[in-house]
Design a protein around this ligand. Structure first.
Ligand code: ADE
Length: 232
């Protein structure tokens, strides 16, 4: 994997990566700034997509079609769903789906994309393995989980919605972009992994915890990425 696309939804999620890039060239497409250069010795493009699935889908297609990256990584924060997961821990995408895809009125199960034949998209086994090993090496103080990332255009901050996402989808964490990257990666046949650090527990305390823990969560993902880049 010689050319890697890294996408974060928010400026804080990519700022340190862009800072650490060398020989970088910035090109603006669809209002997004693509930084193409070398990150820790490897060819990479780093970009902030903006929040939500539509921004992420547009951004991923540009990385696939214009830059022709060979692997895709979505990094950022997420709300923890699976009970044992603590704030600061990391979730890697075993697979991912859109929890707000709802054609139930049309006879489909929640989360199923009508007429697509596939609604969950699997993270690449090799990237997951390397991310997990790297995380265990450089972040020994936290736990790393491989589980389902559920995405939707919603910030999850209620106990009731959290319960629904766990019971209906067996979600490990909730965020707002990963499944969109995964679906576009699938359409373009590009391996991907989503790496999310838990900033809150996606319940009534979510918005308060999010602000307190976001920074620390990002420290863990940057450390992980750096170690992972040396292995892939
Ligand atoms: N990103 C971080 N925390 C989140 C939450 N609780 N819901 C959706 N996206 C998030």
């Amino acid at each position: 994997m010689d050319y890697i696309g890294i996408i974060g939804a928010m400026p804080e999620e990519v700022a340190q990566l862009i800072e650490q890039m060398e020989e970088k060239e910035m090109t603006e497409i669809a209002g997004m700034k693509f930084y193409d250069g070398k990150l820790w010795g490897k060819k990479a493009v780093v970009v902030k997509s903006g929040i939500g699935k539509v921004n992420m889908a547009a951004c991923t297609q540009i990385l696939a079609g214009t830059y022709k990256v060979e692997a895709l990584i979505n990094t950022g924060v997420a709300g923890g769903l699976y009970a044992p997961i603590n704030i600061g821990d990391i979730v890697l995408s075993k697979d991912t789906l859109q929890h707000d895809m709802d054609a139930t009125g049309f006879g489909y199960e929640p989360g199923v994309i009508p007429q697509m034949g596939q609604s969950t998209f699997y993270g690449d086994q090799y990237l997951i393995k390397k991310a997990k090993e790297s995380c265990e090496e450089v972040n020994p103080d936290i736990s790393v989980y491989v589980g389902r990332v559920v995405s939707g255009d919603q910030f999850i901050s209620s106990d009731e919605k959290k319960k629904y996402l766990v019971e209906q989808f067996d979600g490990y964490c909730a965020e707002m972009e990963g499944a969109a990257m995964a679906q576009v990666a699938y359409l373009n046949d590009i391996p991907f992994v989503i790496i999310r650090a838990i900033s809150d527990k996606a319940d009534h305390s979510a918005s308060m915890n999010y602000n307190d823990f976001e920074e620390q969560a990002i420290v863990h993902t940057i450390r992980l990425l750096r170690a992972m880049f040396a292995k892939i």
